[in-house]
Design a protein around this ligand. Structure first.
Ligand code: IVH
Length: 707
């Protein structure tokens, strides 16, 4: 992106033609990546820059404007797999402005268009521009009948079943116009995004780059049950087809939508002119970091709906609205050093140490460099990123911050590179313990092979062990654990439970250190004793095995019931041909990635010995067994496949498990029952071949009725 561009006024006609072609190709690719694949390949700021350059060249050479000009395109063609919906009224885009003078010009151009004098009243609404994806909801006689994504603005995807699972979207309206199409934005909050990514990571599933991608990926699931499990939200801000007007003004219409039961943005404000609009923009900008969801600007709309209809549209944007975008949160600074941090699972993570710089109001001195490929300028498949430019210590780099995400190094300016700069040699040994750092095939990350002998891994494991969702020992947090480790008091989790025996009379010794008195030392020993009895799920989670998050740990606990059964099964599952391996990977929610991580960590001698030493001090509680008396499916292995209409997959599974059934993700000789909805494919065939009993959703509900 940083290569030198010829200023538009210096372009020859030939160059301009070539440049327009290049921009059309590049923008079409970016559109596809963003809208169809939910995986943006360039930043929003770069996208806007390309689009602006395209528009400037078109303005200078109007006769070169292409038939497929990016200026006239909104979004990208619909993805395959969903039904198509033709929007009766095209879904528009918004033109962008970046500084206050453009807002004055916007007001002036509207006045000119409408023939208003400078002192005639002309009100606007100002509201946050939500960074999600737009959705059109069609209601007939108050009932939600269709939900469609924007697609290319003309034809979108039919996502009705998915939209019905979103809490903010009413499925019935009282006193609504007979036909009403409500438009707005589907988005995911920061908290829900973090939570979802945590759950995804725990399952060994794909995590999302940002809340917008997570929202798009979640809305466009062919299985609505997956969408139901994703916490999506919706703000209504506009409308399409209407059988009767909602109000006379934008403000009134938004109020009406709110009265009908839609969420509307609380920061929507009626303004009497550009000064108030810009003031509101600045206010929203200061609140941006604390809103809890991503916004990328403020949208202004002429308030009077008569004016809106007189002003009408350009090819893809309304004349009566404009988006005032926030400046991109990026800055350039010097990369002073690259440090390697070693995590709990041994991952070597490169961290950029930067000359401190303000990015979007926050001082940034560290940023992530992801992994060794990222530094070298290629992705996991070896394809170039940043046009193949690598990043070197001493380079002038661009730092980028999106929402609450950790800052990233996005780009490098080769023009500023020192002559003697050399490519960064990614360490092949752990900087903490010197063990080989190995990169396994298919893993983007290089890992320290030192296991517990590596102090960095040991400390991170201990911190994880005492964390809230793990042992959660009062008075023993990350800070204390680190101190005890450094002092040689504890080297592994088991040592926590012998602390009192070793130092106990030794409250004395504890007492002598900073922050500890006799009382707090005694409290600590009591708190540790309190946690000797530990639920199986918590124990499994606390071991800090790669890919084994809380969700997976609880699945394992429920499937195996006791520590003994669990260990025996995992040991036996080392044999991939065994029924134990099949049983492990057959647990719904556990794939081969998780299973492999588990089996190999139990197979590592030192690690296993450390786990055994720990468990010797514990009273591991059996996982809560479901109440199964009188259950027709207790002890049976059930598989759900295809679409379920009357419940989500998650509900069905929870219910079955509560009745003592084991729910598995795949059909095998051990399957007792297959519940098959429409669209069940290979699982049904396999069940038939194996002679497994097959019933449909109604059959299942009949079976468990009355339990
Ligand atoms: S009004 C005819 N209001 O921004 C104009 N759009 O860049 C209809 N967006 O496609 C859009 N927040 O997905 C409007 N408060 C808001 C918005 C908003 C986000 C999105 C919307 C639109 C895109 C245009």
């Amino acid at each position: 992106m940083a290569e030198q561009e010829t200023p538009v006024q210096d372009l020859s006609k030939y160059d301009a033609r070539v440049e327009l072609e290049r921009l059309a190709t590049q923008l079409a690719k970016a559109n596809r990546a963003y809208h169809t694949e939910d995986a943006p390949d360039i930043s929003d700021a770069d996208y806007d820059r390309l689009k602006q350059r395209n528009a400037r060249i078109e303005a200078a050479f109007p006769d070169l404007k292409r038939a497929d000009s990016p200026t006239d395109q909104v979004g990208a063609p619909v993805a395959e797999g969903f039904g198509k919906v033709r929007h009766e009224i095209r879904m528009m885009s918004l033109s962008n402005a970046f500084d206050d003078s453009e807002i004055m010009a916007f007001d002036q151009s509207i006045r000119r268009y409408l023939g208003l004098k400078d002192d005639d009243p002309l009100a606007y609404t100002a509201e946050p521009k939500i960074d999600g994806l737009s959705l059109a909801l069609r209601y007939e006689k108050g009932a939600l009948v269709q939900a469609a994504t924007r697609g290319d603005g003309v034809v979108g995807e039919n996502v009705t079943a998915n939209a019905r699972t979103i809490g903010d979207i009413p499925t019935r309206l009282e006193d609504a116009p007979e036909i009403l199409e409500v438009r707005g934005e589907v988005y995911m909050s920061h908290a829900d995004f973090a939570d979802l990514n945590g759950r995804q990571a725990a399952k060994g599933a794909k995590t999302f780059a940002n809340p917008r991608n997570a929202a798009a990926g979640s809305l466009r699931q062919l299985d609505a049950a997956i969408t139901r499990d994703r916490p999506l939200r919706f703000f209504a801000y506009s409308w399409g087809v209407l059988s009767a007007p909602l109000a006379d003004t934008q403000t009134g219409a938004i109020q009406r939508l709110q009265d009908l039961g839609f969420q509307t943005n609380p920061l929507t404000l009626r303004c009497t002119g550009p000064a108030e609009m810009v003031a509101h923009y600045q206010m929203i900008e200061t609140m941006r970091a604390t809103l809890g969801y991503d916004i990328d600007g403020v949208v202004y709309k002429a308030d009077d709906l008569d004016y809106q209809s007189r002003l009408g549209f350009r090819s893809t944007t309304p004349r009566w609205a404009i988006a005032h975008k926030f400046p991109a949160e990026l800055a350039w600074t010097r990369l002073e050093a690259i440090d390697i941090q070693v995590g709990r699972t041994g991952a070597l993570s490169p961290v950029a140490r930067l000359t401190p710089v303000t990015v979007g109001g926050v001082v940034v001195s560290n940023a992530t460099l992801h992994n060794e490929d990222y530094i070298a300028g290629r992705d996991a498949s070896g394809a170039p990123i940043r046009d193949g430019k690598d990043i070197r210590v001493g380079d002038w780099v661009q730092v980028y911050r999106a929402g609450d995400v950790i800052p990233k190094v996005a780009d490098v300016d080769l023009g500023q590179r020192r002559k003697d700069a050399t490519p960064y040699p990614f360490p092949t040994h752990c900087p903490e313990c010197g063990s080989d750092a190995i990169r396994e095939e298919g893993d983007a990350v290089r890992r320290c092979s030192g296991g517990l002998i590596c102090p960095a891994q040991a400390v991170e494991k201990l911190k994880h062990f005492v964390s809230r969702a793990a042992f959660d020992i009062e008075g023993l947090g990350a800070k204390q654990v680190e101190q005890f480790y450094t002092d040689g008091w504890i080297a592994e989790p088991a040592d926590i439970f012998t602390l009192k025996d070793r130092y106990g009379s030794g409250v004395q010794q504890l007492k002598n250190r900073e922050g500890w008195g006799e009382k707090s030392a005694q409290n600590l020993f009591d708190a540790i004793d309190d946690k000797r009895a530990i639920p199986l799920g918590r124990l499994i989670f606390s071991l800090g095995i790669r890919h084994v998050g809380e969700v997976v740990a609880n699945l394992l606990a429920r499937s195996y019931g006791t520590w003994g059964a669990f260990v025996t099964a995992i040991d036996a599952a080392q044999d991939r041909e065994s029924e134990h391996w099949a049983g492990l990977t057959g647990i719904d929610g556990i794939g081969t990635v998780v299973a492999t991580a588990l089996v190999s960590s139990f197979a590592q001698e030192a690690e296993r010995a450390s786990i055994d030493r720990l468990v010797a001090h514990l009273d591991v509680q059996e996982a809560e067994r479901p109440q199964t008396e009188g259950s027709p499916v207790a002890g049976k292995t059930v598989v759900f496949t295809g679409t379920l209409d009357r419940m989500t997959r998650a509900e069905a599974k929870a219910r079955a498990e509560a009745l003592g059934a084991k729910v598995s993700g795949s059909v095998s000789a051990k399957t007792d029952l297959l519940v098959a909805g429409p669209g069940s494919g290979s699982k049904e065939t396999k069940a038939r071949d194996l002679g497994v009993e097959i019933i449909d959703e109604d059959g299942w509900l009949d079976l468990i009725e009355g339990t």
